[in-house]
Design a protein around this ligand. Structure first.
Ligand SMILES: [Zn+2]
Length: 146
């Protein structure tokens, strides 16, 4: 039986504390290289406003991709304030591509954007490697939880 991700440059595994799963490079990835597509069904932006899932990715002023399906492996990619990938919209598809060279074993990350950060990440403190190295743990636990 052939696994669909057999030849992929990544695999899903446990990430840092509090981050759940993440996507990790299984081989070096060059800057600019396509890594994975963020897939899901199309919903209108209006519909998306009423949805509670966090796996929403706005395509344009009309459509949003609902990436909450388990088949969307890209949903395991964690946010980072110092990411190694970027998400770009190419022909109506969301492509996650390497922003810089990535080493084998490195966690694949991209910047979720200001809106998502303010709504879901800032309240509990960002767990990305950059913020973890800059912020003492004691300050993180003091962050407002509202
Ligand atoms: Zn961060």
């Amino acid at each position: 039986m052939t696994h669909p991700h057999e030849n992929a440059a990544y695999r899903v595994k446990r990430s840092g504390p509090g981050l759940g799963f993440g996507l990790f490079a299984t081989r070096p990835i060059r800057a600019g290289e396509f890594v994975i597509e963020y897939t899901g069904r199309h919903v209108t932006n209006e519909e998306a406003e009423r949805m509670t899932t966090r796996y929403l990715f706005e395509l344009d002023d009309r459509w949003t991709i609902d990436g909450s399906s388990r088949s969307n492996t890209a949903r395991y990619i964690n946010h980072s304030c110092d990411p190694n990938c970027e998400a770009e919209i190419v022909d109506g598809k969301i492509h996650i591509s390497a922003y810089r060279d990535i080493e084998a074993g490195e966690e694949i990350t991209y910047d979720y954007g200001e809106e998502y950060f303010d709504e879901f990440i800032r309240p509990r403190g960002c767990g990305c490697a950059k913020c973890q190295s800059e912020t003492p743990t004691s300050e993180l636990t003091k962050a407002p939880t509202a």
